[in-house]
Ligand binder design. Structure first.
Ligand SMILES: Cc1cc2nc3c(=O)[nH]c(=O)nc-3n(C[C@H](O)[C@H](O)[C@H](O)COP(=O)(O)O)c2cc1C
Length: 299
């Protein structure tokens, strides 16, 4: 079966064009002999490679490439069967991206469809939008002043739980874009420990209901334009038909718009019932609530 595998990695040392040419020379014999096609992008720091070919060949090659000391932090971002190749006759075509331009064009013999996942990934890498964290040089240019003010949050005496609100700073705007509400108990215990004490169904109900407190308290912190992030277990999404209406109700009570809520799907649990899960995800999106994958890649 024809497969496509995409990964991203970080160069272990500064690479010049001859270094990239050497990777191509090292790769071509195997790729030609085994009908592997693909593309390698390098932006001066990170690699992004698409490998196409027979599934077992691609998977074996990937395991081999992973051990190459010229790169590290190898993260697979796509691995799926495909009907046809996007990179035609190229056994390994390379494009070196100039970080200052963050702009590239695809040579005309690439047939990759504009609405495909590979194209989205390629585009987000080549434009630099995929970066989830800023480089050391960019970090040095961030100038951000955070003013703190005392806010009176209504205590919840009947509840053993508390929320800590962690500001999330957007380096592009140089200020706080949102707050992440983090569940704690009165002794400062972490959510995993609070949640682990409860039987499954109760855990999901508790997880959702606790958002009433998170949203009520968080709403008082938000300045115009800021959002609130709350974590939710995948099971809390699939095990409660009222999840969307419940969240909308909490938002209304707190005077927040649906767009101000970012639902972070917690990584500590597998998404089990994917059809049911994705149906609710659609409803959440349709309601205007935003979604984030928490600690993506960790779980
Ligand atoms: C970013 C990167 C991409 C690579 N892509 C390929 C590839 O597509 N095909 C390949 O055979 N080797 C590729 N290599 C090189 C392999 O890691 C390895 O050097 C090569 O297969 C020769 O293996 P050998 O030294 O065990 O003979 C790549 C290496 C790096 C650092």
């Amino acid at each position: 079966m024809l497969s496509q595998l995409v990964y991203r990695s970080r160069a272990t040392h500064k690479m010049s064009e001859p270094d990239i040419d050497k990777i191509v020379t090292d790769s071509e014999p195997f790729n030609q002999a085994n009908d592997v096609t693909g593309l390698l992008l390098f932006d001066g720091e990170f690699f992004f490679q698409v490998l196409e070919g027979k599934g077992d060949v691609i998977h074996g090659l990937f395991e081999h490439i992973k051990t190459d000391p010229r790169h590290t932090n190898v993260v697979k971002v796509l691995d799926s069967a495909c009907a046809k190749r996007d990179f035609g006759k190229w056994n390994l075509r390379t494009l070196i991206l100039k970080p200052e331009s963050q702009c590239y064009w695809l040579p005309s013999d690439i047939t990759v469809k504009r609405d495909s996942r590979v194209f989205s990934l390629l585009n987000s890498f080549a434009t630099g939008r995929w970066r989830s964290c800023v480089s050391a040089a960019e970090r040095a240019t961030v100038n951000c002043t955070i003013a703190t003010s005392q806010i009176d949050l209504t205590p919840y005496p009947s509840s053993d739980i508390q929320f800590a609100f962690q500001p999330i700073v957007d380096s592009r705007i140089g200020g706080i874009s949102s707050y992440e509400s983090l569940l704690r108990n009165s002794e400062g215990r972490f959510p995993e420990l609070i949640l682990a004490d409860l039987p499954e169904q109760q855990r999901y109900e508790f997880d959702l209901k606790s958002k009433a407190i998170a949203i009520a308290q968080g709403a008082k912190l938000l300045q115009p334009g800021q959002s609130l992030s709350v974590n939710l277990l995948p099971g809390a999404i699939t095990n409660n038909e009222q999840v969307v209406s419940q969240l909308l109700h909490y938002l209304k009570q707190g005077g927040l718009k649906p767009e101000q809520l970012i639902l972070e799907i917690t990584e500590s649990e597998m998404v089990k019932e994917s059809d049911a899960f994705f149906a609710v995800i659609e409803d959440i999106r349709a309601a205007g609530i935003r979604l984030a994958l928490d600690d993506f890649g960790a779980g």
